[in-house]
Structure formats: C-alpha cells, structure tokens
Design a protein around this ligand. Sequence first.
Ligand SMILES: [Zn+2]
Length: 314
Amino acid sequence: MKKIGLIALVGVFLMSCKTESIRLDEVRKSIGVEETKNILFTLASDNMKGRDSKHGGYAKAAAFAADYFQKNNIQPFYPAYRDSLMTDSLWSYNIVGSLGKYDPNKKTVLIGAHLDHIGIKTQEGDSIFNGANDNATGSTAVLQIARFLSQKKWKQNVVVALFADEEKGLKGAYHLAERMKNEQVDMTYMINFEMLGITLTTGKNQVYMTGYNLSDMPDKMNAISPNFVQFLPQAKEYNLFRRSDNYAFYEAFGVPAQTLSTFDFKNYAHYHKAGDEAEKMDVDNMNIVIGTAAYTIAKLLDGEVEIKMKEKEE
Ligand SMILES: [Zn+2]
C-alpha cells in the first residue's frame, strides 16, 4: 500500500512538473540582480566609450555580447554572430543568436534591443556618453532573457539580436529586417527593449508598450502577468512606435513588432546626455521587470500563443 501510494505521489508530481514547466519563482532565481548589475555596469562603463563605431566602443560592447551568447550556449545565427553593415563609411554589425538550431520550416520569434549609443563628444567636463538607460538596460534585458530562455527547448525558432546604429536612424535593425525577409524567415512577432532603468511613473514592475493598440500583444502579455504592460499617452503623442528598432520589423514583415520601455519623458532628465550613467539606474526594479518579461515571453512561447495585428492605429 505504502509503495503504491508513493508511486501515485511520484506520478502526480511528474504530471504537475509537465504542466507547470515555467514558474515565476524559477525565473526570479535564474535572473538575479547581481548579474543584471554586472552586465549593465560593464556595458555602460567608460571603457565602452559610449558604444559607437567611430570611437571603437561599439566593437567592444559587441564582443562582450557575442562572448555572453557563446558562454550561454546560444548559437550563432550568422557566422561569428555577425550581421555586418556599413553606416556613414564605418563598418558595424548586429549581434544575432539563435536559441537552439534554427529550422527554416518553423515560425520565428525575435527578441532585440539596440546596443549602440552616441559615443564621445567634445565638450567641457564629462565627454563620454555612456548610454546606461539608453540602451545598456535594454541590452542587459536581452542578454539575461536569452540566457534564461536558452535553458529550455521551444517549438518555434527564437532569435535574439543586439542592434547596431540605432542612434543613426535604426540602421542595424533595417539591415537585419531586410536580410531576414530576403532569407524568407517566417517572422510571427518581435519584442524590443528600450530604456528600462527608471521606474515607470505608474508603479514598480511595469512597462509601457509602443503601438499599444496595433496588436493584441499587450492583452496577451497581461493575461500572463497582470498589469505588467501599460498604455502611455506620450508614446502615441511622440510616435514612439516608429522611433525604435521594432519599426523596421513591422515594416518588413507587417507583423506585431513593439517596444517595451519604462522611460516616459518625465522620469529621467539625462536622456541623450553625458550624465546617463549606470549609477542612476534603479537596478532592483529593472531586474524585476526583466524577470517578468522573461517569464511572460516564456509562457507565450510555451503556449504557442498567437499575437495578431488589430487596428491601423498606434
Ligand atoms: Zn534607445
């Protein structure tokens, strides 16, 4: 009797493991604040020279990202992870990885953030534009989320990308979007991360989404993580949907491609200034946001949740 009871118990346990394969506490444990802080402070250090190609900082940041992908078993989507492009007579490259082996017959989900910033400017005092919030924070999110998601197998292709030359007009993203389109990648949706280092005015553990009414992505995410994704009136007012890398993928594929952010134009005075530094970031909230995003994306992937376009309104 005892033995049968034990077997039954093990059976119930195994069944519950199968249905509860992604748990928020597991995500929180995997995405720790120390690692988030380490990545953020590395990417936003003076050593990275503001991460533009002219002063050589972008190459350093890209090498760090490629190394991080390699260490965490993320496969190169292109040789050496590089999708190369030339902007203003300077070579640059997106860093692109795949979680597991890419299968051209499967649907693809893309997760990305721009890694570049505006470099060094001749001015009095601090001349290095570290771009901590913009966008070392979004890049940190993509690296952490990629590492977490790479520990599991997914039914779709999951491609992770860090874009070059966003600050020069979304150049890296346009290059990759066009290339993936030509390669007939079956893109289903794209999630982009921008400026996550300051707590959103509406509360902790929240982000807003650009192009909120364009697709049901906010609804689908909030069904998994209630109140996580907010509507920000300024996002519509300033046309933010068209102002980050997500837009290149929306244009190329016509699928939901949207940005998650916490910068609302009131909560941070150092946007595109030399004072945009890692010390000013709310790393605890940022880490919680990254964890919630990772959990939400994992549930979307696991449930093969479809995300659809709604209206032609941003
Ligand atoms: Zn940015």
